[in-house]
Design a binder for this molecule. Structure first.
Ligand SMILES: Nc1nc2c([nH]c(=O)n2[C@H]2C[C@H](O)[C@@H](COP(=O)(O)OP(=O)(O)OP(=O)(O)O)O2)c(=O)[nH]1
Ligand SMILES: [Mg+2]
Length: 128
């Protein structure tokens, strides 16, 4: 099974993190996620992160730094999540594609509401 490379953005304001709800019919649908999407051919991860966050949540990423790289096998799909912390951005994050969104305080984030691959992301954030 091929590995899908995904750029994922952790957009934080203080200890609150911007999260969006995956569509019911999508892979891992109904789970909360950190916005992001597939890295397309010819793109760097940073390019993909900037493009996906503009498309999905309407912000312009000005700077970001790598947080964690995760490979996870869902059985029906293998993903490589290239997770970056967005340290500077312009615009107000919102569910630009109509997806529900919310700021979640790190201490309230429940890993069970996110895809299984996100567990190490949430652990890494708690250590920052
Ligand atoms: N964006 C995002 N994807 C995640 C997270 N955790 C996780 O396992 N994934 C998985 C779900 C999907 O299989 C894959 C990302 O796909 P995606 O649906 O966001 O990709 P995309 O935005 O390019 O969407 P599409 O146009 O192909 O529908 O990574 C997460 O926190 N954020
Ligand atoms: Mg996406």
């Amino acid at each position: 099974m091929k590995l899908v490379h995904v750029a994922v953005g952790v957009v934080a304001r203080g200890s609150n993190i911007f999260t969006t709800l995956r569509a019911k019919d999508a892979h891992q649908g109904g789970k909360w996620e950190f916005p992001g999407g597939k890295v397309e051919s010819g793109e760097t991860v940073t390019d993909a992160l900037t493009r996906e966050l503009a498309e999905e949540i309407g912000i312009d990423v000005l700077s970001s730094e790598p947080l964690i790289l995760i490979e996870h096998d869902y059985g029906d799909k293998r993903v490589k999540l290239d997770v970056h912390r967005v340290t500077q951005f312009t615009g107000e994050p919102h569910g630009k594609e109509g997806q529900p969104s919310k700021w979640q305080s790190l201490s309230d984030i429940n890993s069970d509401e996110f895809p299984a691959a996100n567990k190490p992301i949430i652990q890494a954030l708690a250590l920052l």
